[in-house]
Design a protein around this ligand. Structure first.
Ligand code: FES
Length: 256
């Protein structure tokens, strides 16, 4: 018989004045990428479904109010999208300022220096100054001679990677990588606001449901989850080590 015809519906929109035609259902972010327009982002990756948590990728769409996240907004026929306006630049700097104000400022000694999405995005949006006082230093057990109530110890129990909650920006990438890439449900996000961070629900990584596949480590945009080999040896070429306890395939899941 004749194979059924598949109708590949497409939509045509403009992004920053340039027309682009994409399959229906494509996100505005991806449509922009087709034109070589890189919209700043922290939480979206090609590997997992976008959930629009970081808000850095907001755009303006003519005829619509607000600034929707481009990673979760489907492209529509006739849409006129703007990704680079003064208002967007200001909003994105404001978002990055908030992230940086609660992040350890130890870039120069951080294992992710030069390979950190937070650092990249701070540069991309032109963040120069942070107006807010830095948040509590989660790395110090004591501050000003007293116990630091916001001290959060690092978790080094996993043999392959470390977990530093102070560097977590609650982007959800690791949680989704665990679920969607690995099919394990070892991670959740706990608490809210400044206290938000990922959790295994167990006392530590070693005693959790984590199978050490490394998907979360590859998904992490900062040094929150960091391979121990990288900490020891640096990242000369973004080498990916397989850390899976169950197979020797050498899976190269990447955040990008
Ligand atoms: Fe779209 Fe984070 S990249 S909200």
């Amino acid at each position: 018989g004749t194979p059924a015809r598949t109708s590949a519906a497409t939509v045509t929109l403009t992004v920053d004045g340039q027309p682009v035609t994409v399959p229906a259902g494509t996100s505005v972010m991806r449509a922009a990428a087709e034109l070589g327009i890189d919209i700043p982002k922290l939480c979206a990756t090609d590997s997992v479904e976008p959930i629009g948590s970081c808000r850095l990728c907001m755009v303006e769409i003519e005829g619509r109010r607000g600034t929707p996240a481009s990673c979760t907004t489907p492209a529509e026929d006739g849409m006129q999208v703007h990704t680079q306006t003064d208002q967007l630049a200001k909003l994105r700097r404001g978002v990055m300022e908030l992230y940086i104000s609660d992040h350890p400022l130890d870039c120069l000694t951080c294992a992710a220096n030069g390979d950190c999405r937070l650092q990249d995005m701070a540069g991309a949006v032109g963040l120069r100054d942070v107006r807010y006082a830095p948040g509590a230093n989660h790395h110090q057990p004591r501050q000003n001679g007293e116990a630091n109530p916001r001290y959060i110890p690092q978790d080094e129990t996993n043999p392959y990677f470390t977990y530093d909650p102070a560097k977590c920006i609650a982007c959800y990438r690791c949680v989704r990588a665990c679920e969607e890439v690995q099919g394990t449900f070892a991670l959740t996000l706990e608490r809210r606001g400044f206290e938000a961070r990922i959790s295994t629900g167990a006392a530590d990584f070693l005693s959790s449901d984590c199978v050490s596949c490394g998907a979360c480590v590859q998904a992490c945009p900062t040094a929150t989850l960091q391979e121990k080999a990288v900490i020891d040896q640096g990242t000369p070429d973004r080498a990916v080590l397989t850390t899976c306890a169950y197979c020797g395939v050498g899976c190269t899941f990447r955040a990008e």
